[in-house]
Design a protein around this ligand. Sequence first.
Ligand code: FES
Length: 293
Amino acid sequence: MIGGKSVPRSYSICSSPTQGSFIEITPKRVESGYVSQFLNDGANVGLTVKARGPYGQFCFDESKHRRIVLIAGGSGITPMMAMLRYIDDLCIPVHSTLIYCARSEQDVFFKSEFVALQTRMPRFHYVPVLSQPGADWPGWKGRLRCEILELEIEKPLESTFFLCGPSAFMELGRALLKDMAVEPARILQESFGGAVAGGKHSTPSTGLLKAKFARSAVAYNISPDETLLESSERNGVLIPSGCRQGSCGTCATKLLSGNVQMEQTEALNDELRSQGYILPCVSRPLSDITLDA
Ligand code: FES
């Protein structure tokens, strides 16, 4: 709550899951960002924050991932930091490469921690890439490109890739990895700051439909043009959300009856899909529907 108003936001946790006593986030100050400005300028020790989660499937799993490559753009570094701290805390013998693209040295978060991690973690390889470095910068310059990936990543076809950053950055990352013949199943990604679902789509309007929310005991008429997340928020049904573009899986909710058109399904694994889960942020109703929310 800021000024008596609820202003929900989603942030990546950058502390290690081994930390039981606190959760760390790193909200970058955004000029037009109401909450990011408050957190950077106005939040003081003693502030009470109401939190839910964690949500999403952008997770390192030492039982599956033996060799990982983290590719971060700007503040997309934050979930990577949680993974690296976790690997460090538990001394997990995974090979990890971090390719961190930022504008200048001043824009690199956690700089001193990466230096310390390199001394403590013999299998950790840190590769900063700066698009606008100072004249004496000795490392990679410019945009993320094939040459960097080919020279810095050992055994790319045996690695699992984690991509996080603005959508254009992730599109570039995916395209480069495709050129290197990396299987799509080996690429996990987390989006932020992209276009918000709710714009143009291909479903024709067919008059109002009925949306019911079983657990909240709420029902209302919904236009087929509106996403289920947008309409539920307007009608006071709380569905947790993150990216709002079908990438993070935070809003996954079970569809109890009816049909929807979903623009993206990548955040749902086969198990969730077979159980009838949908992503309300990118789903529009094709019939009367009931959701388990
Ligand atoms: S909010 Fe991220 S998938 Fe819906």
